[in-house]
Design a protein around this ligand. Structure first.
Ligand code: HEC
Length: 113
């Protein structure tokens, strides 16, 4: 009986320890894709520029199931973006400029901040 308990406790512990919380993000690849596409001109990791900081974006979408899909759409559709001075223009669109995996990785990085 005791042995069985220890075995199941060990099993649970192993499951918790070895199950990744989310797929690993390649931080360097995400940052260089952002650099190549001038994302940092309007966004800082923690600094507000014309666009929200990526930490703010991560906070806004924390726990939302459709976060990834929304952000992928945001950077691949050229949807309207509202600037702090009130004017609107098409947001930077990287559709076709990077593989879907690389775009997904970039969004995963932003959401992980
Ligand atoms: C010319 C300035 C500019 C550039 C370049 C730019 N953005 Fe933005 N971005 C904005 C603005 C302004 C907003 C706010 C849009 C709004 O709230 O309507 C925004 C919003 C966002 C958001 C939040 C969307 C949301 O739903 O809350 C993300 C994520 C984002 N940008 C990612 C990127 C990435 C990735 C790049 C590079 C591929 C990029 N941006 C390039 C100006 C820019």
């Amino acid at each position: 009986m005791k042995k069985q308990l220890i075995t199941s406790a060990a099993f649970i512990l192993a499951t918790v320890l070895f199950t990744p919380v989310q797929a690993a993000v390649d931080v360097d690849a995400a940052k260089s894709l952002a650099r190549e596409n001038n994302c940092f001109k309007c966004h800082g990791v923690d600094k507000e520029k014309d666009g929200p900081s990526y930490k703010k974006v991560a906070e806004k979408y924390r726990g939302k199931a459709d976060a990834e899909a929304k952000l992928i759409h945001h950077i691949t559709s050229g949807e309207k973006a509202k600037f702090p001075d009130g004017h609107e223009e098409d947001h930077k669109n990287i559709q076709g400029k990077a593989s879907p995996e690389a775009i997904k990785n970039l969004v995963g990085w932003i959401l992980s901040l």
